[in-house]
Design a protein around this ligand. Structure first.
Ligand SMILES: Nc1ncnc2c1ncn2[C@@H]1O[C@H](COP(=O)(O)OP(=O)(O)OP(=O)(O)O)[C@@H](O)[C@H]1O
Length: 678
């Protein structure tokens, strides 16, 4: 039976029949009201709103019993039966409504039932869900129609949008590769929950209705290979759209606005579109636009003509005015440049360019060409450090035997990044290995506490945690020295130029497993000292020479910056749950292949909303799907991630628990690999 959601509305209407009545309570599971005239209370209780059964309880009000009580009893029974019949009939009407709508839709789609066979189930005496009509998919409870997929069936009628959109929970409508003709009617906007509309490979014609852009949830619109014509409506209104395929139609006019930054797939090739390509992101190449004679842009061989400037004959007066503007502009530019220069000088006042580092052997650039993100060279010589070599503690590491603070300060340094918590320099002391120096300013931690913390962290070794090589502490700044890892980070592997390298499902699961194990170990060892990592993100997971992942910068951040509830009083448990949350975000990054922006909440919200809609497979990285990664194990890992990102720290698992689940997923994966080996 179909879910009877609108029944509720109708129920309220039916109460009007009993006016004057006083509504006593109203909830989703029951309603009661008193009929004042007959001194009766009815109680309608929904046993199961889905099957539309209700029980009507009739209560006589004892304090109001009168000589008319016998008469009233009869009346009450009559009223009860009446209400029951009324409700039952309205519920039935609702179910029948969807069945009727679907049959009307099919009637137009396949006139004369030329294609549909009797065993498809499409008839008025059966239920689309429980009788499993061909092409219809329902929700898990078999109550609501969610998808209609009727592809490659040679259907040659028209699309009755008015009828099909009466299926109020419809998410997917796919009618690709048939012979359907006619236009797409404006009532398409009634399909308010629709996320996927596939109409490609038919004979549709006419304009796309403006109302198509009113669909609030639509993600994929595929209308390619049809005869659609006219101008495309303004799709920039749809904020959810990920795919728009409209190639091989007869669309004219200019390409309208789209949220190009968000679109994953876009193609309007082979139409009659004209004018400039408005996509300034450059994410879609010529293939998305070719075959439109009058289209121009950097993606195509035809670049757009420059706008012709009107030629003016300059009179002397005009000349003087323009010269005035030019001089004024020049003065403003000089002033701004001076201001910027002053500001930059202030920012860099503690970073002096070491004249001895004119040229870095690695970069080959001169120190004059400084740029914060590009390769730039500084000496990390600190104003206050002034050669206080005794303040630097070099830990017992084979990597830097005999390293002196002076060597570090003198060495050419290249700025790798300026993060929220400090700057990172790559340094290569004479004859030594490459190092990185993290420079943290204004960390509100006493020298003793800092020293204790670093020594504690140094005592705990794990193969997947990058060891600290040396540290230095002064009032204003702390320096932390690590070995430089030339293979980059997990961030680079997932989203950077290295993306082209195959980062397959097995490797992703392996990274998740190694990092989880490292974190669980560190948490256990540092439990008494309450030192979490505090800043887990994919750029802090580095790849060692053997491509094994390792966590860097453990324990540098006293407070977390990813967890929304960082202001809460921290208990032993919640302190470490900050890392569990961040690890959950890493898992999402591995599963979706999408980068994390700012605090990660964007990715978390997106995944949560897709999963809620029961579109779980949508979240996975396309590369993983193409590779044929096990959906069962991807869902398993996603479930771990969702537990980790629980808004309530107490409800998040411990890293120990996370390790157990991921290890068993990894084991299953390995077993499946060996069993599928020839
Ligand atoms: N030991 C290392 N070897 C090689 N690259 C490193 C090393 N440590 C960090 N990096 C890389 O250097 C870049 C800058 O690191 P940095 O720690 O400054 O950035 P961040 O993580 O964004 O900042 P923050 O840690 O302050 O939030 C990152 O891409 C990071 O992956």
């Amino acid at each position: 039976m179909l879910k009877s959601r609108p029944l509720w509305n109708q129920l309220h209407l039916s109460f009007d029949h009993f006016q004057p009545a006083e509504l006593l309570t109203s909830s989703h599971c029951g309603i009661s009201f008193t009929n004042v005239q007959t001194f009766f209370a009815f109680q309608l209780i929904f046993i199961d709103s889905a099957s539309c059964i209700c029980i009507i309880q009739l209560h006589q009000k004892s304090d109001k019993l009168s000589s008319k009580s016998e008469m009233d009893r009869i009346l009450s029974v009559f009223l009860g039966v009446f209400v029951f019949v009324l409700l039952f009939s309205t519920a039935k009407t609702e179910d029948e409504g969807v069945v009727t709508a679907l049959l009307a839709f099919m009637d137009k789609l396949d006139p004369g039932s030329a294609q549909i066979a009797p065993n498809w189930g499409w008839n008025a005496s059966s239920d689309p869900c429980t009788s499993k009509w061909v092409g219809v998919t329902c929700d898990r409870d078999n109550k609501t129609v969610k998808k209609i997929v009727l592809e490659q069936l040679n259907l040659s009628g028209t699309l009755d949008v008015g009828s099909v959109c009466m299926v109020s929970n419809l998410l997917v409508l796919s009618l690709s590769f048939n012979n359907i003709s006619g236009s797409l009617q404006p009532e398409i906007s009634n399909c308010i929950r629709l996320t996927h509309l596939y109409l490609s490979g038919n004979r549709f014609s006419g304009n796309l209705p403006d109302s198509l852009t009113e669909l609030p949830n639509v993600k994929r619109i595929v209308i390619s290979n049809n005869g659609f014509a006219g101008e495309l409506p303004d799709f920039s209104r749809i904020t959810t759209l990920l795919t728009f395929f409209a190639q091989n139609n007869r669309f004219t006019g200019q390409i309208p606005g789209f949220n190009y930054r968000q679109l994953e797939d876009f193609n309007v090739a082979n139409n009659d579109l004209s004018g400039p390509i408005p996509d300034d992101t450059g994410r879609f190449d010529a293939n998305s636009f070719v075959g439109n004679q009058q289209l121009c842009g950097k993606e195509l061989p035809v670049s757009c003509p420059l706008k012709k400037k009107k030629k003016h004959k300059l009179k002397l007066r005009d000349f003087l005015i323009y010269s005035g503007y030019v001089i004024l502009g020049f003065i403003v530019v000089v002033l701004i440049a001076l201001l910027l220069f002053k500001k930059k000088k202030q920012r860099d006042d503690d970073v002096k360019i070491d004249p001895s580092t004119k040229k870095s052997p690695e970069s080959g650039h001169s120190s004059g060409s400084r740029n914060s993100r590009a390769r730039s060279e500084f000496s990390i010589t600190s104003v206050e450090s002034g050669g206080v070599s005794s303040s630097m503690v070099v830990l017992s590491s084979p990597v830097v035997n005999g390293l002196r603070f002076e060597d570090l300060l003198k060495a050419p340094a290249e700025l790798l990044g300026r993060g929220k918590h400090g700057s990172l320099y790559k340094v290569k002391p004479d004859g030594g290995v490459g190092l990185v120096v993290k420079r943290i300013k204004d960390w509100k931690i006493s020298r003793d506490e800092f020293k204790k913390r670093m020594q504690k962290i140094d005592q705990i070794k794990h193969p997947n945690v990058l060891p600290l090589v040396a540290y230095y502490s002064s009032k204003q700044e702390k320096l932390l020295v690590y070995e430089y890892q030339q293979n980059g980070s997990l961030f680079g592997l997932l989203h950077g130029s290295q993306k082209s390298q195959m980062f397959d499902w097995g490797s992703r699961l392996s990274v998740a497993s190694s990092i989880a194990a490292a974190l669980a170990f560190m948490h256990q060892e540092l439990q008494a000292d309450l030192i979490p990592h505090g800043n887990i993100k994919s750029s802090n997971i580095l790849l060692k020479n053997d491509m094994e992942p390792c966590l860097s910068e453990y324990g540098l951040m006293a407070i977390d910056h990813q967890d929304p509830d960082q202001t809460n009083n921290r208990t032993t448990i919640t302190t470490f749950k900050v890392d569990v949350y961040a690890f959950g975000v890493i898992l999402l990054e591995l599963l979706t292949g999408k980068p994390v922006q700012d605090d990660g909440s964007g990715l978390v919200n997106w995944v949560s909303s897709v999963v809620k809609e029961e579109w779980t497979v949508e979240v996975f990285d396309k590369a993983l799907i193409v590779e044929g990664a096990s959906e069962e194990r991807m869902v398993g890992l996603l479930q771990v991630a969702l537990k980790c990102i629980n808004a309530s720290p107490e409800l998040r698992p411990t890293m120990g628990q996370v390790v157990t689940i991921i290890s068993s997923l990894k084991e299953e994966e390995e077993q499946s690999m060996t069993s599928s080996d020839p």
